[in-house]
Design a protein around this ligand. Sequence first.
Ligand code: HEM
Length: 410
Amino acid sequence: MELAAEQDQIEAIDLGDLSLWVNGPPHQVFDRLRREAPLHWSEMAGWENETGFWSITRAEDVHAVSRDWESFSSERGGILAADHSVPIEFQNAMFIGMDPPRHDRIKGLFQRGFTPKRIADHEHQIRSITNRFLDELEGRDDFDLVADVAQPIVGRVIGSFLGTPEEDDATWADFANRGLALGDDDLQPEGENTVLELIEQGIMRIIQMAAERRDHPTDDLTSLLVHAEIDGERLEDYEIASGFALLVSAGNDSTKATYSSGMLALLQDPVQMQRLVNDPDLIPGAVEEFLRMFPAFAHFRRTATRDIEMHGKTIREGDKVILWYAASNRDEDRFSCPHQMDIERNPDHQAFGAGGRHFCLGTALARLELGILFAETLKRYPNLELAEQPEAVRSLFANQPRSVRVRVNI
Ligand code: HEM
C-alpha cells in the first residue's frame, strides 16, 4: 500500500512545475527519479499549449540516448523542453537543431574556427578582456559577479572570437538571456523587444558583416566561415547567421553560468576557496567540478523518431525526451557523494553533453576562458565575501544564479 502510494507520488511529479525550480534544479527529485523511475513522464501541466515529456536522469542512459541520433532527433521538435520558447524554424536553422547529414556538414565547417591553435591564439585576448573589466571595478567595495564581471567579459570574449563589434554585445546577451529563459519571466519583460525581433536584428547585422568580410577578409571567425569550403560547397549567408546566433547564445550563457555558480560555491565554502587561492594550479580541475555540479544548461531535448522500449515503458514516436544533465552529473553510480563539491575530484562529467553528434563545439574555448576568469578573479580578490543570499534563475534550462553580490574585504 505504502509502496503503491509512493509509486503514485512519483508519477504525480511534474518537472515542468516551476515551483520545483525556485532554488535551481530540484536535486532531491532527480535523486528519486534516478533510483525509482529512470524513465519518467512529466505533464508540463502549468504550461500553455505544451505537451509533456519523458525524463532521462541516469548518466548511462543520457550517454546512450545522446549517441542514438537516429532514434532521438534534435531536428524534429527542437532542443528545448518547451515547444514555444524559440520558434522551431529558427532552432532548425542552427546546427544544434539539425540531424545528420545537414548537421555534420555545417558543424564541420564551423569546427574549422575552433581548432586548438585558433583557441590558443585567443588566450592573450581573453586575459586582456578579463583584466580590462576587472580594472573597471577598482575602488568599489561591492559588486555583482554576474552583472559586473561575468556578463560583460563572456559577451566580449565570444564577440571578439566571432568578430562582432563591442556595441552589439549587450543586444546579443539580451537575445541569449531571453531565448534561454524557459520559465523565468524576469528575463523576458513584456513590452520590450521579443526574442523574434532580436533574432531578426541580429541576423541582419551578421549578413551585413559577412558581406563586408567577403570583400575585405580579416582573421576573425566570420571571415573564416565566408571563405570556408568543403568539396566545393560554401555556407550560405543564412547558415552563417544562424550559426552565429547559436554561438552567441551558447558562448554567453554557458560560461557566465559556470563562473557565477562556481564562484558562489567557493564563497560558501571558504576552505576550498582558500585551497584554490593558495594553489592556482588546481583551477583547471576545479573548473571540471564546477561544470559537473552546476552544468550551465540543465537539459537538452530530443524527439523520438520511432516507438522505443526503455525501463519497461514505451516512448512513442513524436514524444519529447529530455536529457537532464543536471541529474546525470550527480548520478551516484558514477560519482561518490555527488552533491558534495570536491575541487580535486577531476570528474568525467556530461556538462558539455555525453558525446555523440551534438557534443559541445566550445569545450576548449569554455575551459580556457573559465580558467582565466577564475584565476584572475581570485588573484585580485582573494578575500571576497557574499553580500547577500543569491537567488537562482527559475528556469528548466538556464542553470545559474540571478546575481552574486559580493563585498571586498581588504
Ligand atoms: C560552460 C560552458 C559550456 C557548456 C556547459 C556547454 C554545454 C553544451 C551542451 C550540453 C551541448 C550539447 C547540446 C545537445 O546535447 O543537444 C552543447 C552544444 C554546443 N555548444 Fe556548448 N557549452 C558551453 C560553452 C560553449 C561555448 C563557449 C560555445 C561556443 C563558443 C559553445 C558552442 C556550442 C555549440 C555550437 C553546440 C552545438 C553542437 C552541435 O549541435 O553539434 N558551447 N554545449
